[in-house]
Ligand binder design. Sequence first.
Ligand SMILES: NC(=O)c1ccc[n+]([C@@H]2O[C@H](COP(=O)([O-])OP(=O)(O)OC[C@H]3O[C@@H](n4cnc5c(N)ncnc54)[C@H](OP(=O)(O)O)[C@@H]3O)[C@@H](O)[C@H]2O)c1
Length: 289
Amino acid sequence: MSKKILITGSGGFVGKNLYSILKPDFEICGIDIVKNEFVDKVIDVSDRAALKNILDGFQPDVIVHLAALSNVEKCEMEKELADKCNVLPTKILAAWSAHHDKKIIYISSDYVYDGKKGGYDENDAVNPAQYYGETKVEGEKIVSALKNYIIFRPTVIYGWDPDGMNFFMQLYRNMKDGKAMRIMTDQISNPTFVLDLCRLIKKAIASDVVGKFVATGNEIFGRYDFAVKICDYFGWDKNLLVPVGTKSLGQIAKRPMNCSTINKLAVEKFDFNFNNLEHNLAIIRGQMV
Ligand SMILES: NC(=O)c1ccc[n+]([C@@H]2O[C@H](COP(=O)([O-])OP(=O)(O)OC[C@H]3O[C@@H](n4cnc5c(N)ncnc54)[C@H](OP(=O)(O)O)[C@@H]3O)[C@@H](O)[C@H]2O)c1
């Protein structure tokens, strides 16, 4: 009998990829608020009764909790909604997991860090600069009270997603349409390739390791330099990239500026390798045709 895996947010960017990667080896139940081919059941995960009903019916061995309000600006402006989407469902899932002694894999974010120093690892204190990060810290607290949990902190997840809006896809669409794109020069991070994150989650499902882990790529990029590298690889016109400072974007939620991270612990504990950008872009090139 294969393990049963419940994926919340299975219709989203990471969820779609994870659902496809896990499907051949596990019994999957994907849940999301909107139906697509990766969603088995449509529910609002903040609906306690509906979520409990699915958990009791499916009896997952592992819950991968991806569903979230991931729009950082919206979280800042609508804090109650952010709590409802990001904190309440985590509480419901954690209570069920504690009662049934099952594992949760919770996808947090590098936005738990304040971005003042860079070079963050799991020993650094969290101190989010905006409300989205606060909801992720709250989720981490809830999940880390369990016996059997894994927390991953990815950042700037990128990959091929024809229906989606991740940074790579925004760049792709603008370059394809010959449109200029303003990109911050002053936000630094180690972008996470979506298929790396999904491979890591798959390893975590099979592992007995417990704890929280930075789950970011090997290479540190300023966001503008990241875009330049992608344009160079695909032969896109990098003159369309307009370097700007974060302040000029007039965003409401503060962003962590230097959020470079160190993935050493995840690499060691899960015997995992994150591939480099060039390798990942070659995979994306194959997916584009
Ligand atoms: N993308 C990144 O760069 C990034 C970086 C760090 C961490 N993360 C975290 O990684 C996880 C996955 O991210 P992602 O990029 O795949 O996000 P995503 O594309 O927005 O996927 C999340 C999915 O959850 C759904 N959802 C939201 N609220 C829900 C609710 N109340 N009930 C049921 N479903 C709900 C969303 O539906 P709607 O779209 O209809 O709301 C969406 O389909 C999230 O927890 C995110 O915070 C993402």
